[in-house]
Design a protein around this ligand. Structure first.
Ligand code: NAP
Length: 262
C-alpha cells in the first residue's frame, strides 16, 4: 500500500478520467471532435454549390454538424466558410467513395442527403448521345447507390436514420405526357425505385427513406427562369425532413410537403 491508500488511488483515478475528458478533441481522418459527437450530423453530397450548398448553410445555422462533399474541396470556399467538414467525393469514382467511407468509419450520421446530380439536356430522340446518357445514369442513379451502400454502417449508428434522395418531378412516370429530358428522367425514375427498395428493406430497422423534388430552383441546373430561389426550396426541404415520420417511409415528396404520383 502506498502513502495514498486505497481511497487516495480512487481519487487519482477519478482525477485522471476528468482530465482526460477535458483534453482537447483530436482531429484527423476518422477522429471525431466533441462538437461532432454532440451535434446531430447530416452528410450532403454536391454541397459546394446550388441546393447542396444552401442545405449545408441552413443545417449549419440550425446547429447541425455538416459533412459536405465536393469533387474539388480546394475550390469549395463557400462551403468551408460555413464551418462544414468538407470531404472529397466524386460519386462516379468507387475509390473516392471508399476513401470517404474510410475517413468516416465509426462516425454516426443521422441524415444522408444524396443531392449531387447532373442534367445533360437531350430533348428529342435524335439528340440522345449514349455517352451523355451513361454519364447521367452514373451520377444520378449509380452514384447515390454507391454512397448509400458505403455509408450504411454510419447511418445505422445514427439516431435519425434518414435517407433523402434528391429526385425531380419529371421522374414521375405517371405524369410524363410530354417526353423529352432523355436520360435525366430515367436516371431519377431508377433512383426512385432504388429508394422504394431501400424503404422496404430498411424500414423495419427504423429507417425513413424518401425521394424529394426540390422544386424548379434557380441554380446552375435550374437556370435563371426557375420560379423559386434556393432559399425557398431549402426552407421547404428542411421543414419536410424535420417532420418525417415512419408513415412517410418510401414516399415521393415535394419541397412543399406534397406527395407526388410515381
Ligand atoms: P447544381 O447547381 O448543378 O449542383 C450540382 C451539384 O452536384 C454540384 O455540387 C456538383 O459538383 C455536384 N456533382 C455533379 N456531378 C458530381 C459527381 N460526379 N460527384 C459528386 N458531385 C457531383 O444542381 P442543383 O440545382 O443544386 O441540384 C441539386 C439536386 O437537385 C440534383 O440532384 C438535381 O437533379 C435536383 N433537382 C434540381 C432541380 C432544379 O430546378 N435546380 C429540380 C429538380 C431536381 P461540381 O461543382 O463539382 O460540378
Amino acid at each position: 500500500m502506498t502513502a495514498l491508500g486505497a481511497g487516495g488511488h480512487r481519487y487519482v483515478a477519478v482525477a485522471i478520467l476528468v482530465l482526460l475528458s477535458m483534453a482537447p478533441a483530436t482531429s484527423g481522418a476518422g477522429a471525431q471532435t466533441r462538437a461532432e459527437a454532440a451535434d446531430p450530423t447530416v452528410l450532403i453530397t454536391g454541397a459546394n454549390r446550388g441546393i447542396g450548398l444552401e442545405l449545408a448553410r441552413e443545417y449549419a445555422a440550425a446547429g447541425w454538424h455538416v459533412i459536405g462533399t465536393a469533387r474539388k474541396p480546394d475550390e469549395a470556399t463557400e462551403l468551408k466558410a460555413l464551418g462544414a467538414e468538407v470531404e472529397q467525393l466524386d460519386v462516379t469514382d468507387q475509390g473516392s467513395v471508399d476513401r470517404l467511407a474510410a475517413d468516416l468509419r465509426g462516425r454516426p450520421i443521422d441524415i444522408l442527403i444524396n443531392n449531387a446530380g447532373i442534367q445533360l439536356l437531350m430533348w428529342k430522340l435524335g439528340e440522345v448521345d449514349i455517352d451523355k446518357y451513361n454519364r447521367t445514369l452514373a451520377v444520378n442513379t449509380v452514384g447515390p447507390v454507391r454512397v448509400t451502400l458505403a455509408l450504411l454502417p454510419n447511418l445505422r449508428a445514427g439516431d435519425r436514420k434518414l435517407i433523402v434522395n434528391m429526385t425531380s418531378d419529371i421522374s414521375s412516370i405517371a405524369n410524363n405526357t410530354s417526353g423529352g429530358f432523355y436520360g435525366y428522367r430515367e436516371s431519377k425514375a431508377a433512383l426512385n425505385m432504388f429508394t422504394r427498395s431501400l424503404a422496404a428493406e430498411l424500414g423495419p430497422e427504423g429507417f425513413i427513406c424518401i425521394v424529394l423534388h426540390p422544386g424548379w430552383v434557380k441554380t446552375d441546373m435550374g437556370g435563371p427562369k426557375a420560379p423559386i430561389t434556393v432559399q425557398e426550396s431549402v426552407h421547404g426541404i428542411l421543414k419536410v425532413v424535420d417532420g418525417l415520420s415512419p408513415d412517410d417511409n418510401g414516399t415521393f415528396l415535394t419541397y412543399a410537403g406534397e406527395r407526388m404520383a410515381w
